[in-house]
Design a protein around this ligand. Structure first.
Ligand code: PHE
Length: 460
């Protein structure tokens, strides 16, 4: 086992796990979900989900990984025996599918970065239309997204410390710096305060069933939970580390980036009065228009930095997504890391092609008849979201009924001698034993019903 690799220390692990968490989910998806769900009301629900439900699940995942010292499949199998390994496999598959569409969106971001910095993207007149045409035409996107997958594979093939940890140590601080710079700019725009109000003053009447569903699935996705990423990273953590406090830092780091991304985006939305721009195109449309308005040179610099930020965020996440199946094949099948990584990267890239083609290029993928006429990329992404909340709930049941909470607590007490007796322990016990399995179970079922049939008719 000693040649599996490990993080060099606490900082390396925290940065890598935070890097996995901070991604397109925070900067691209969080703002548009918040925009669709009433701004501040969504932020509130999201934060409750992160700290009340996701944090205990994160602690559980890391504990499983560190205790078992192997990949997601191997960990469940080792600690649970029997058929529990399938739960790990389910997560590994979810990770493969997430990466398949995630890499497509990352490819858009990479393309925007290149075309703003070096091309003529800032000379356009209608950015909504531009984005629509851009994602529809895959002749360039194919290469951008292939390029992105190659970057990911290059990093993961270098292994845990030299690849994953190193990349995160460079990209994560860069990401914070760029983000803070952009917020300062955004807040100086005319009307910025309107955007800030929309984002920060909650109107509780905006909380609908959909707000709760979206808040929960976004929290799981954003924290990279429910599919074994943190089991895998946890398996590279040394025994003297305090899992509970690391998980707290990771959760705070992740939600603070989501929070800051909103603080950057909504003043821009207000400045150009673009409240009608909704959905996945939000940052691609609104932000590019703001960059356009800045004039050619400033726009290139600021816009280029923003999309570079988005690429960094995405890359630290794609790395973790690829590591999950890679660790499985390395640990279980004893295959060489490099072969595994490049083979998986190719396979997953190909799996992403239907998502890429579903943005207009192939009509039937663009409007799935069995999925409320939505596109294939949204379908895969929604199914993956569901698998995360289901996976998280099942992980709690695994700890509760199979591995046993006492074993988890013993693991958590390593590196954290005062854990027994702490208030946090009481809460985490309660959450893993009762709160999470029940709430995740109920909400997952409701989300499935909603996705396929629409629940608003029942609950409003
Ligand atoms: N957390 C990442 C993001 O917010 C996505 C992700 C999900 C990464 C699951 C790994 C596992 O973009």
């Amino acid at each position: 086992m000693s040649n599996r690799g490990s993080f060099s220390g606490r900082l390396g692990f925290i940065l890598a796990a935070a890097g996995s968490a901070v991604g397109l989910g925070n900067i691209w998806r969080f703002p548009y979900l918040a925009g669709q769900n009433g701004g501040a009301a969504f932020l509130l629900i999201y934060l409750i989900c992160v700290f009340a439900l996701c944090f205990p699940v994160m602690v559980g995942e890391i504990a499983i990984g560190r205790n078992a010292q192997t990949d997601a499949y191997g960990s469940y199998k080792k600690l649970g025996g029997g058929k529990w390994g399938y739960l790990g496999l389910f997560g590994i598959l979810a990770g493969i599918f997430i990466l398949s569409f995630y890499n497509v969106v990352a490819g858009w971001a990479f393309g925007y970065f290149l075309e703003i910095s070096f091309g003529d993207l800032l000379n356009q007149t209608n950015y909504g239309q531009y984005f629509g045409n851009y994602v529809n035409d895959i002749s360039d996107n194919f290469w951008f997204s292939l390029g992105f997958m190659v970057f990911t594979a290059l990093i993961v093939s270098q292994g845990v410390q030299k690849g994953i940890e190193m990349a995160n140590k460079i990209m994560m601080p860069a990401l914070y710096i760029i983000l803070l710079g952009l917020i300062v700019y955004s807040l100086t725009l005319p009307n910025a305060i309107e955007g800030v109000k929309f984002y920060l003053i909650p109107d509780l009447s905006e909380i609908k069933t959909q707000t709760i569903f979206d808040g929960l699935r976004q929290a799981f996705f954003s924290l990279s939970l429910g599919m074994g990423a943190l089991i895998t990273y946890g398996s590279y953590v040394s025994k003297n580390q305090n899992i509970v406090s690391s998980a707290a830092v990771i959760s705070i780091a992740d939600s603070s980036v989501a929070f800051l991304a909103g603080l950057m985006v909504f003043p821009m939305v207000a400045a150009i009065n673009a409240y009608d721009v909704q959905g996945p195109s939000l940052v691609f449309v609104v932000l590019t228009e703001v960059f356009h308005n800045m004039g050619p040179i400033a726009g290139r610099i600021v816009g280029g930095s923003f999309f570079l930020l988005l690429c960094f965020a995405a890359l630290t996440s794609t790395v973790s997504l690829l590591e999950v199946p890679a660790a499985y094949l390395v640990d279980q099948k004893k295959l060489p890391r490099k072969t595994v990584v490049w083979g998986l990267a190719l396979l997953i890239f190909v799996l992403g092609l239907p998502s890429m083609l579903s943005q207009g290029m192939i009509p039937f993928l663009n409007k799935l008849s069995f999925y409320k006429e939505r596109d294939f990329l949204s379908f895969v992404s929604d199914m993956c979201d569901i698998s995360l909340t289901v996976g998280g709930g099942l992980m709690c049941i695994f700890i509760r009924n199979r591995w046993k909470i006492a074993n988890m607590n013993n693991e958590l007490a390593i590196g954290n001698p005062t854990y027994f007796g702490s208030l946090l322990k009481k809460y985490i016990d309660f959450a893993i034993m009762w709160l999470c399995p029940i709430i995740l179970g109920i909400l997952s079922i409701l989300i499935i019903i909603d996705k396929f049939w629409g629940i608003e008719k029942i609950f409003g």
